[in-house]
Design a protein around this ligand. Structure first.
Ligand code: C2E
Ligand code: MG
Ligand code: MG
Ligand code: MG
Length: 279
């Protein structure tokens, strides 16, 4: 179902705004062509338990541009979001992730999950339930293998409608991860209502600042709160051994970050973890 996005307001344009809009529109056109030409690929970043076991990977989109090489989302996600085209890219990425899970069937990688990102706006442009149930049927994969990452923002507009949809997907067998937790607005009321399996703590809390002690206390509290609510915790952006060590002491369940690996092209991911998952 395609719906009007809330928050559309009437503005007056000046020349600068007009040229920005034209520029965004032009880039969005390029991006749409790139989707059609299959230039968007997924990279996989491992998710590792406190015992060192890889249990899954997050699929992160990359634009494999023939001229400029591999481009990260920072360059294009905002424009696609602004022009209302991000859902097209997300549909493509979800399909690639589902196809990858299907390709892993019968290989040592079949026990890994893949997490995909859902942009808050996708809920307005796409029938998310139909898409995901369609994908698991098409590729004959278990819905529990495809983890759905949403941010708190996704629930800020029309929370009741969103929670109903999430409940439906949950009943079908999909699990949710709350992404970038701690950076949005409605964190605690969200936790009350949202049936998520995993809480992903934003990497902001790992940054060394003069408030390091406070960050640590917050991390500790989020982790124990999540555990009280029977959720597992992933900390993102883990780069150093000392971070892993102290997060492990605080009870963090799963780690994702450059300390283990950067997001890798699928073939490199398989190469790097073949022996590991074979054990
Ligand atoms: P995210 O979902 O929170 O993904 C984690 C981001 O942190 C990724 O950036 C990842 O490469 C980066 N990261 C992981 N470990 C480390 C680390 O140790 N240090 C640092 N500094 N960074 C680390 P990436 O791939 O550039 O993606 C950025 C954001 O773009 C994602 O944040 C997500 O919000 C969005 N994104 C990525 N792929 C998709 C997609 O397919 N669809 C949508 N809608 N959004 C996507
Ligand atoms: Mg994510
Ligand atoms: Mg995140
Ligand atoms: Mg993020």
């Amino acid at each position: 179902t395609i719906r009007d996005e809330p928050g559309n307001t009437i503005v007056t344009y000046d020349d600068k705004m007009m040229s920005d809009i034209l520029h965004d529109r032009q880039v969005a056109n390029q991006l749409e062509q790139a989707i059609d030409k299959n230039q968007f690929v997924i990279f996989l970043q491992p998710q590792v338990t406190s015992l060192g076991e890889v249990i899954g990977a997050e699929a992160l989109v990359r634009w494999d541009d023939p001229k400029r090489g591999i481009l990260t989302p920072g360059v294009f996600i905002d424009i696609l979001e602004k022009t209302g085209c991000l859902y097209k890219l997300d549909l493509h990425v979800w399909e690639l992730a589902a196809r990858q899970l299907a390709a892993w069937k019968g290989t040592p990688f079949e026990r890994l999950n893949i997490s995909v990102n859902i942009s808050p706006k996708d809920f307005y442009y796409v029938d998310v339930f139909k898409e995901f149930t369609g994908l698991v049927n098409k590729y004959d994969i278990s819905p529990s293998k495809l983890k759905l990452e949403i941010t708190e923002t996704a629930l800020m507009i029309e929370p009741t409608r969103q929670l109903t949809l999430i409940g439906k997907l949950n009943n079908f067998g999909f699990d949710f991860e709350i992404d970038d937790f701690g950076t949005g607005y409605s964190s605690l009321s969200l936790l009350k209502d949202m049936p998520a399996e995993i809480l992903k703590i934003d990497m902001e809390f790992l940054h060394e600042t003069e408030n390091e002690q406070r960050s640590k206390k917050i991390l500790e509290s989020i982790i124990s709160l999540a555990h009280e609510l029977k959720m597992n915790v992933i900390t993102e952006g883990v780069e150093y051994e000392h971070q892993v060590k102290s997060l492990r002491e605080l009870g963090c369940d799963i780690f994702q970050g450059y300390y283990y690996s950067k997001p890798l092209p699928v073939s490199e991911f398989e190469e790097k973890y073949r022996d590991h998952v074979n054990k």
